[in-house]
Design a protein around this ligand. Structure first.
Ligand code: ADP
Ligand code: MG
Length: 332
């Protein structure tokens, strides 16, 4: 069982960003308004997500990291209408299989918090009292240490994975309203160790200004288009011909209902239309697709970042039309 479990786990948790993403999503699902991501040595040694969400009740401690344990199905009878992305009970179980998992948690009904240690098969092996506010801290040490080949690759690529993680956390920081998001990296000294910090109190506009600066914001224009009777896209994209510089393809953020996702086809479309007359530049694009949960399937790729829209063809067609209008002057 052990080996198969480890290999499957490696398909849910692909890298540092997908590992942290699962923990941040859990914090969001728990209603947290403050989320801190704390990295030791870029995440290579450990990473920790600290939240002020609802906490985990004691009756869930034993089953928490067992495969397919989730509290999110019984709590929400209608799976289809679930706004949360995490409902498969695989993240904590996978993280156990790939590294050393500990959890500190407390609900509002408990006087004291509990520190939980799990083994690589997801069994709870130690439990003790500790002090903590209401909320949950999940710590993973030595990710991939149970898969030696992957572990080597992980340590070799750590800076790159770290970079991808920061981009992902920026995505959450951009889209989150009323959520404080902080990321620290122990490998960087003093003030530099805080690599991201937002109060998240504002609108998408305010968040863009906080994260990318006013000068970037003035190069953007708002986008709000109905793509079908049920799908709307809203956000900001580069104004026509307004240089967002070269190699800024990484400033493209796509969301479905406020959760970051990969949308390669949309990215390609935006680039193609924008670059019609700006061949050396990439547009900034920050786009949130508001879609009823029934109209897409987030459960197809193991890391849940690939979204399959049931009506993708027509959505892309309407998006193309809308972007063509904005960028048509470039073709003149
Ligand atoms: P899923 O999110 O798909 O339910 P996970 O393996 O990510 O599965 O988490 C398992 C369970 O652990 C969740 O259903 C939830 O009950 C609990 N949990 C995990 N992280 C947190 C957290 N930060 N706050 C509260 N509960 C959590
Ligand atoms: Mg989850």
């Amino acid at each position: 069982k052990g080996v198969v479990h480890r290999i499957c786990a490696g398909q849910v948790i692909l890298d540092l960003p997908s590992a942290v993403k699962e923990l941040v999503e859990n914090s969001l699902d728990a209603g947290a308004t403050s989320i801190e991501v704390s990295l030791k040595d870029y995440g290579a040694e450990s990473f920790q997500v600290i939240d002020n969400g609802c906490g985990i009740p004691p009756h869930n401690f034993k089953v928490l990291a067992l495969k397919h344990h989730t509290s999110k199905l019984s709590d929400f009878p209608d799976l289809q209408s679930l706004a949360t992305f995490g409902f498969r009970g695989e993240a904590l179980s996978s993280l156990c299989a790939l590294g050393d998992l500990t959890v500190e948690t407390r609900t509002k009904n408990e006087q004291i918090a509990t520190h939980l240690t799990f083994d690589n098969s997801g069994l709870l092996i130690a439990e003790r009292n500790t002090a903590r506010q209401v909320g949950t801290t999940v710590t993973v040490k030595k990710l991939f240490s149970t898969l030696p080949v992957r572990s080597k690759e992980f340590h070799r690529n750590i800076r790159k994975e770290y970079g991808k993680l920061i981009t992902l956390l920026n995505a959450y920081a951009l889209i989150s309203k009323g959520i404080r998001l902080v990321c620290t990296n122990s490998a960087l000294k003093n003030a530099k160790s805080v690599v991201l910090k937002t109060q998240g109190s504002g609108s998408l506009k305010d968040n863009i200004i906080t994260i990318f600066g006013m000068s970037t914001f003035t190069c953007l224009e708002p986008l709000k288009v109905c793509l079908s009777d049920s799908c709307t896209v809203e956000g900001f994209i580069s104004k026509p011909g307004n240089g967002s510089g070269r190699n800024l393809g990484d400033r493209q953020y796509f969301f479905v209902n406020g959760r970051p996702v990969d949308m390669p086809k949309v990215g390609k479309l935006v680039n193609e239309l924008y670059r019609g007359a700006n061949s050396r530049q990439y547009p900034i694009a920050i786009m949130n697709f508001v879609i009823p949960p029934r109209a897409f399937d987030v459960n197809v790729t193991p890391d849940k970042r690939k979204i399959f829209l049931s009506d993708e063809g027509s959505i892309l067609r309407f998006l193309r039309e809308a972007l063509e209008k904005i960028y048509s002057s470039n073709y003149a």
